[in-house]
Design a protein around this ligand. Structure first.
Ligand SMILES: CC(C)(COP(=O)(O)OP(=O)(O)OC[C@H]1O[C@@H](n2cnc3c(N)ncnc32)[C@H](O)[C@@H]1OP(=O)(O)O)[C@@H](O)C(=O)NCCC(=O)NCCS
Length: 141
């Protein structure tokens, strides 16, 4: 397995992965390009030796936030193709991000997953050393 930065030409694979989280997810080549070009935002893909995409990880770096004395890496999504789950792909993506962040002086990884209905997501993060420290809340507007 190899992990590499996503390219604009990966957008179909990326949308297919995002649709696993939200069936209404959609984006054009142009909007995926803008997304990848956004400052401090990163998308990496895992692929097998044939080039088949197995999963993705997406994160944002907050370089300076008043609440923390160091940059923070916020993992927004980790998504693995259903046929390749429970084979270490998600963990490999997370380890890649962790190493990437450490090399840049980042000391904290944040992640979030649904409180209910995503036992896999919760178990995945706790298995990888994440602790539940905060309560995420939202309000529809
Ligand atoms: C969560 C997800 C990324 C895990 O990816 P994965 O490649 O299957 O994870 P790994 O194989 O590295 O598994 C590592 C650990 O996570 C936990 N885990 C993964 N899938 C699980 C499941 N279905 N049920 C319970 N625990 C699970 C286990 O502790 C597992 O270790 P084990 O296999 O030794 O028991 C994957 O299930 C997925 O894409 N889910 C949909 C998207 C999502 O909810 N992402 C997380 C929130 S953004």
């Amino acid at each position: 397995m190899a992990i590499r930065p996503a390219r604009v030409s990966d957008y179909r694979n990326a949308v297919a992965l995002y649709q696993l989280l939200n069936p209404k997810a959609k984006c054009s080549v142009g909007s995926f390009r803008s997304f990848l070009d956004r400052r401090n935002q990163y998308v990496f893909l895992a692929e097998d030796e044939t080039g088949q995409v197995l999963g993705l990880i997406e994160w944002v770096v907050w370089p300076e936030v008043p609440a923390f004395p160091y940059p923070v890496c916020f993992i927004q999504n980790v998504i693995v193709c259903p046929d390749h789950r429970r084979q270490g792909v998600g963990t490999a993506l997370l380890n890649h991000t962790s190493k990437w962040a450490q090399e840049r002086g980042i000391r904290i990884l944040h992640a979030q997953t649904d409180k209910e209905g995503n036992e896999a997501g919760q178990s995945f993060y706790s298995r990888n050393g994440f602790e539940a420290k905060s309560l995420g809340m939202y309000r529809m507007l």
